[in-house]
Design a binder for this molecule. Sequence first.
Ligand code: SF4
Ligand code: SF4
Length: 55
Amino acid sequence: MAHVISEDCIACGACLPTCPVEAISEGDIYSIDADVCTDCGACVESCPVDAIAQL
Ligand code: SF4
Ligand code: SF4
């Protein structure tokens, strides 16, 4: 289980500082490292386009 970022991501960067374990990586579409993500959910509300969801 992990949180994932969908292709709706607009690369705004808002989620990046919300992750306590630095599981989020920058890119054309941001991504979450499933091996690092603890499913804490802290990033979800930060996304203006609701691109982050739990698998
Ligand atoms: Fe980071 Fe928590 Fe979001 Fe996983 S759910 S990417 S640990 S903020
Ligand atoms: Fe992408 Fe949402 Fe993160 Fe912004 S907050 S970089 S739109 S996943």
